[in-house]
Design a protein around this ligand. Structure first.
Ligand code: URA
Length: 272
């Protein structure tokens, strides 16, 4: 257990921090979990007790007033609809303040690859490397993703739309400690993803993992969904296991390879 911060001098604190980073810590959290629901309740202004007139039934407490301010999902929809090209969409997402994740992120991660590609890959959310570099899939999982798609002749650096991929994520900001995206965060950013697909206009979409399937298909259970073509945003979509999962479970690469071949066959038969 580390000592309380007040007992540390500056240099010891720096050394302790360096040691934690060395061990893999990459997000600042508190020593003990905070129950935000309890906190919100304890901070909420208390309504003065209603005077109870003698002989009358007490007045029922009023329902809490709705939170002031625009609904963030509605704002996201309006902002996304106003974006008429990918640059405008990137600016709209960077300027969107409805999602708390933005406050803890270094960068807004919009996309990488060739926006004219026939294939658009949708991942989950930036991790530490992506947050640092401002690009999707640039860490270990990203290197595997590049190798997987290279094996069927596709690359994010190809200038030819027929052999290129375009890559984005459901969330443009890194969740703290790489936790799973919450349903509310996915719902909030979905209008931007939907507009992103419409503007990039790919022939097919690859949904990498559960968060992408939850956003695009409204379904989870990637091990059941993978390999079966579905429809998302009005176009063919192939759910696949996420490369981060394949790094942990290398035996699943055999099925991922079958999925890549299915994608290759679809591209070869679909008019491009
Ligand atoms: N995992 C994702 O889903 N997306 C990234 O950009 C990086 C890792």
């Amino acid at each position: 257990m580390t000592q309380p911060a007040r007992d540390l001098d500056f240099l010891t604190a720096c050394a302790a921090l360096e040691w934690m980073v060395e061990l893999g810590a990459d997000a600042a959290v508190t020593d003990t979990p905070v129950d935000c629901y309890a906190l919100a309740e304890s901070l909420a202004p208390k309504a003065p007790a209603a005077p109870v007139a003698e002989g009358r039934a007490p007045v029922a407490p009023r329902a809490p007033l709705p939170v002031e301010g625009p609904d963030p999902v509605e704002s996201a929809r309006a902002e996304a609809a106003r974006a008429h090209d990918l640059d405008a969409l990137r600016a709209a997402i960077s300027g969107f303040d409805g999602c708390e994740l933005k406050k803890g992120a270094r960068n807004t991660v919009f996309a990488d690859g060739n926006p004219k590609a026939r294939v658009m890959i949708v991942g989950e959310a930036p991790g530490r490397d992506e947050d640092q570099q401002g690009l999707p899939f640039v860490g270990r999982a990203g290197h595997l993703l590049d190798r997987m798609f290279a094996a069927i002749g596709l690359s994010r650096t190809s200038p030819d739309p027929a052999s290129a991929v375009y890559i984005t994520n459901v969330l443009p900001w890194r969740p703290p400690g790489n936790r799973d995206p919450e349903p509310a965060e996915i719902a909030m950013m979905l209008p931007f993803l939907s507009r992103h697909v419409a503007l990039a206009d790919p022939d097919v979409i690859v949904l990498m993992g559960n968060a992408a399937c939850a956003a695009a298909l409204g379904r989870r259970g990637i091990l059941r969904l993978r390999g079966t073509w579905a429809e998302a945003f009005g176009r063919p979509a192939l759910p696949m296991t996420h490369p981060a999962y394949l790094l942990r479970q290398p035996q699943a690469k055999r099925e991922a390879w079958a999925d890549l071949l299915s994608l290759r066959a679809r591209l070869d038969t679909l008019p491009g």
